[in-house]
Design a protein around this ligand. Structure first.
Ligand code: C5P
Length: 436
């Protein structure tokens, strides 16, 4: 239905900008081409590089770029589009659009265009309900700007109400409706005020997630390194901090799952609301995971040592002056992920692995998904320059049967929360519990 349609996607600043990766993919799957324009604030949430890779087109953000003006020109950006879509549309860009400001490339294109404009707002609920935003929305609607959303739900700012950006497929549906002459009705969404805007109690994960759609699900998460004994006082291990695995366990628990966290020795605190099983070796980790079955979800985030020492010594190996150092014979450890993915009738419905790579991250992860028999692979680049190992941020690709998604660099907590949201979506639980 969208074959050959040209969408100019204008992103303004907001955490929902992250959903635009999926939006671009969905539009392109349907045959549309997508060209992106970013406000400076949007570029702080998503990278031009990721948008460029997904749209396979240049990404525009600079009003005063001589190159862009000579090659394309801001007027041509709208001329060469069939529809302008502003997603996410912050309160700020709505205000600038309503005022007719043209103080960056995005608003200049929006002021100069003669094409239809569809807007997907995303903002804090109080900003959405503020009389200034209401007036701006009314002004824009009176000029023919169409709106999709926002949706109502729990928000990253710890409140509940309207303000969440529509999901990518809802935006796609609105775009398709435009091209088939069924654009959503032009009345403003009902004003919601008073008791519908409710401050949620703080959540264990820091407040971002305020509903429990995984309530009936059991999850196993592995985290941290393993230690493979050489003798009673020495071992082989790695630098895994456990931060990502622990954050995932916490995020799943915050969404209501009953989580068993099987962890190697780490320095990070236990996440709230999870059962923690502490192990040392890969063999122990596998046994603990098997003991925690059955489960609906398993996420293997542990950095399991690939090898263990055959016949680790029972007593401390002694240094003998003049003698050669002991030769260690290594044998492979069990692959916990592959083993859980192949656990027959007990196989969890969703098996997620990690791929820590230093090169060819995506290609290796795609191959690993097949090899290990898991459903998803979260792939990350752990080459030293990225600071992923032991650091607080992570840049990942999510590899599933339907493709590869590049996520922007996020705090490990945010990666965990997004992964947990994907798990919710996978199980088809829309689950926003109405605030009371
Ligand atoms: O083979 P590789 O170590 O790259 O695979 C990484 C993924 O497999 C991670 O999800 C890790 O937790 C899991 N794994 C495992 N048991 C092993 C090796 C890796 O569960 N022995």
């Amino acid at each position: 239905m969208l074959t050959g349609k040209r969408i100019l996607l204008i992103l303004s600043g907001g955490i929902a900008a992250f959903k635009c990766h999926d939006l671009i993919r969905r539009l392109r799957e349907r045959g549309a081409s997508v060209r992106c324009v970013l406000t400076p604030a949007a570029a702080r949430f998503v990278t031009p590089l990721s948008l460029q890779a997904l749209s396979e087109d240049k990404v525009y953000s600079d009003l005063f770029s001589l190159t862009d003006e000579s090659e394309m020109g801001h007027i041509n950006l709208s001329r060469e589009a069939d529809l302008l879509v502003v997603a996410p549309a912050s309160a700020n860009i709505l205000a600038r659009m309503a005022q007719g400001l043209a103080d960056d490339l995005a608003t200049t294109v929006l002021l100069a265009t003669d094409k239809a404009v569809l807007v997907a707002p995303a903002m804090n609920v109080r900003m959405w309900l503020h009389p200034a935003t209401r007036a701006n929305v009314a002004t824009l609607r009176s000029r023919g700007v169409a709106f999709v959303g926002p949706n109502e739900g729990a928000m990253a700012c710890n409140e509940f109400g309207p303000g969440r950006m529509s999901e990518p497929l809802e935006i796609v549906a609105a775009i398709e409706a435009y091209f088939t002459g069924r654009l959503p009705a032009a009345e403003p969404p009902p004003l919601i005020s008073g008791p519908s805007v409710i401050r949620m109690p703080p959540e264990p994960m820091g407040g971002a997630i305020a509903h429990r759609p995984l309530m009936s699900r059991r999850a196993i998460v592995t985290s941290g390194p393993t230690r493979e004994a050489i003798d009673p006082v020495r071992y082989i291990s790695n630098h895994s901090s456990g931060k990502q695995g622990h954050a995932i366990a916490g995020a799943l628990a915050a969404l209501g799952a009953e989580v068993t966290l099987v962890t190697g020795p780490v320095g990070v605190a236990d996440p709230a609301g999870v059962k923690v099983v502490r192990v040392e070796s890969a063999d122990d980790m596998l046994a603990a995971c098997r003991a925690a079955l059955p489960a609906d979800i398993v996420v293997c985030a542990a950095a399991v040592a690939d090898w263990k020492v055959r016949n680790a010594a029972n007593g401390k190996l002694k240094k003998v002056p003049g003698a050669a150092p002991p030769a260690l014979e290594l044998v492979p450890n069990p692959d916990i992920l592959a083993s859980l993915a192949a656990s027959g009738p007990q196989r969890p419905a969703l098996v997620v692995g990690f791929a820590a790579e230093t090169e060819n991250v995506v290609a290796n992860a795609v191959a690993k998904r097949e090899r290990k028999g898991c459903d998803w692979i979260v792939a990350n680049d752990v080459s030293p320059a990225t600071g992923t190992f032991g650091g607080d941020r992570n840049t990942v690709h999510l590899v599933t049967a339907s493709g590869v998604e590049a996520w922007p660099t996020l705090a490990k907590d945010a990666v965990a929360e997004e992964l947990a949201r994907r798990v919710v979506r996978h199980f088809g639980t829309s689950g926003v519990v109405a605030a009371s």
